[in-house]
Design a protein around this ligand. Sequence first.
Ligand SMILES: C[S@@+](CC[C@H](N)C(=O)[O-])C[C@H]1O[C@@H](n2cnc3c(N)ncnc32)[C@H](O)[C@@H]1O
Ligand SMILES: [Zn+2]
Length: 401
Amino acid sequence: MTIEKEYTEGRTTFLSADVDHYSGDKKQPTTSLPVFYNPRMQLNRDLSVLFLTVYMDRHPVELMCEPLTGSGVRTLRYLNECPSDFYAIMCDTNPLAVDIAQRNVEALGFNNRAKVIHGDAKLLLMTESREKRFDFVDVDPFGTPTPYIYAAVQSMSPKGGLLAATATDMPVLCGVHPNIALRRYGGFSARTPFTHEIAVRLLNGFIYSIAGSNDCSIEPLAVVSTDHYVRTWVRIDNDRAEANQQAREMGTIVYCTGCMHSMVIPLLSKLLNVDFDHKREGCTGTLHLAGPLWIGALFQNQYLIDAINLLAKDESQTYHRRVSGILEKMLEESILTSRPYIDLHALCDLYNLTPPKTRIIIQGLKDQGFEVSRTHFKPTAIRTTASVNEVMQIILNYQMR
Ligand SMILES: C[S@@+](CC[C@H](N)C(=O)[O-])C[C@H]1O[C@@H](n2cnc3c(N)ncnc32)[C@H](O)[C@@H]1O
Ligand SMILES: [Zn+2]
């Protein structure tokens, strides 16, 4: 018999397998839990509740699906904490998860707003959407979401919908296994100081190509990279013409290990004619290539503004303490995503310098007229219109004072 425990996350109380009991000394939930629940993903689910709420202000959501639901906590939180009266279909292959999710639905009084199905995620997405297609699909698996994205896009309402997907296969996405990234996501990952940005761009690039092969365009609303995962929220629209136009949002990122210069090269620019511009500075460092991947915008800043306002009005005080800081940084960086972020610590390491405080470099860049922001990806990184050499100059000026 499964040892269960009652948990409360956000404003929602539910049962799952007792994580402490089954994790033992590891203190980390593993995939061998009888029913999977990871309390460390609260931040992910908090952001998901906020983004779904602000999405619902713009687009109707009547029917949603979480095809890999575990204890059901994610969908239970949507049902309980988002304002709209939508219906949810939840699914899992694990009969213990289905049983506990079903009891959670009943305990929270959502029998008339949710059903839990025992089965395979891909099959469910294709079959359950035959009657009425989904306005929102949330893919939150172990590891990579790629095997489920095709079925998720096909299950989406012809009027368009929201697709959210989490990926936890970080060694693949972050350049430890670039060949596996090519196989899974259609682009090479790379080990660079901005490797997590490459990770979210590979995920969005993959979603773009699957949406495109179904005559749909994508509109990335937000991405998050934290702890051991990345997640994206993407609006899918039935718009073949826009999908054609979006070919310009696919490209590669070339990075030099010698000078840390990076260059975003659209696939449409005919790669061979592009001269990597660190050569002007006399650098002959080794170049690494990531992609093809999504080089377009990562955030819709009005969504972020609305999520921040929603959080400010929240009286429950149940959101993770990091949510507000992450949203603020996302908003700051949302208008500066045409180039990868620069990690100041990695840059200082390259030149054997002690890194100054990030805010000091930000001020130095602002004083020189550059646009600059923090990034939620890394506390030691910035986004800026300045080149790495210009950032380096500011660091050197500061060190010489
Ligand atoms: C990471 S957990 C889900 C966590 C959940 N979304 C949450 O926020 O707590 C992944 C779940 O997918 C289930 N699963 C694995 N393969 C599946 C498949 N092919 N179809 C449906 N469920 C599957 C596992 O049993 C597990 O409960
Ligand atoms: Zn170089």
